[in-house]
Design a protein around this ligand. Sequence first.
Ligand SMILES: [Zn+2]
Ligand SMILES: [Zn+2]
Length: 256
Amino acid sequence: MLPADTPVLLALLIVSIATSGIVALRYFASSGLFAWLTRHVRPGLYDGQRAQIAREIRWSLIATLIYGAPAGIVLWGWNHWGWTQIYADFGAYPLWYLPLSVLIYLFVQDTWFYWTHRAMHAPKLFRILHKVHHNSRPPTAWTAMSFHWSESLIGAVLIPAAVFFIPIHLSMLAAVVTIATIMGVTNHMGWEIFPRILVHSALGRWVITASHHEKHHEEFRCNFGLYFRFWDRLCGTDRGLSARLARSAAQGNVPA
Ligand SMILES: [Zn+2]
Ligand SMILES: [Zn+2]
C-alpha cells in the first residue's frame, strides 16, 4: 500500500506501472503455457517462427503498458473515490445477475471489437493501426497481444469505460478478463483446442474459437468477431472455419 500522503499523480503513475506489470505477467504466463502445450501437442508447429515470435513479444510488451494504465487508474479510482459500478458485495444485486453481467460484458466487448476491427481493415487504417497484428503469418500463441500501440489504445479503453456504466461484481470482472485472456491466446495458437463436438455443434455456429479466427488471419476480409459470430453472421462477413485447422485437427499433427 502507498502512504496516504502520496501525491495523486504519483500514485496513479505507480498504480499504472504495477497494473501493466501484472498484465505483462499474465501475457507471459498464458502465452507461455499455451506455447509450451503446443510444443507437446503439435511439435514443430512454430518451427522457423523465432523472429516473428520475438517481434510479437516486443509489440505485446508495449501493449501491456497501454492496457495496464487505464485499468490501474480506474481500479485506483474505484478503491479510493468510489468510481465505477464495480461492486464487491454479493448481495448488492440478485445472484442471477452474476452470469448475466459476464455475458453482457462479453457482448459489449465483442461488439466494440467487431466494428473497430472491421474499420481497421479499411486500407488506410489497416496500414497504420492493424498491419502489425497481421504480420504474424500464421499467428502463434504469442500473437494474442501483438498490436501496434495505436490499436492497443482502441482495445484498452473499452472495459475501463464499461465499468462506469454496467454494474459487475469484482469476481465476474476477473472472469471476463480470464475469458478474454484464454480466448485471445487459444484463438491464435494455430490449432483447435476445443473438441469437434463443440466447434461443429449448434453452439459452435455462434461462438468463436481458433478455427474461426485463423480464417480471419488467412483471408483478412472476413470473420472479424472476438467471441461470438453474431455480428459476422448478421453482416454477412462470416466465412466459416479454417480448412487448414480442420485438416490439422483431423490428422492430430502438424498441418501440411
Ligand atoms: Zn488475430
Ligand atoms: Zn484483422
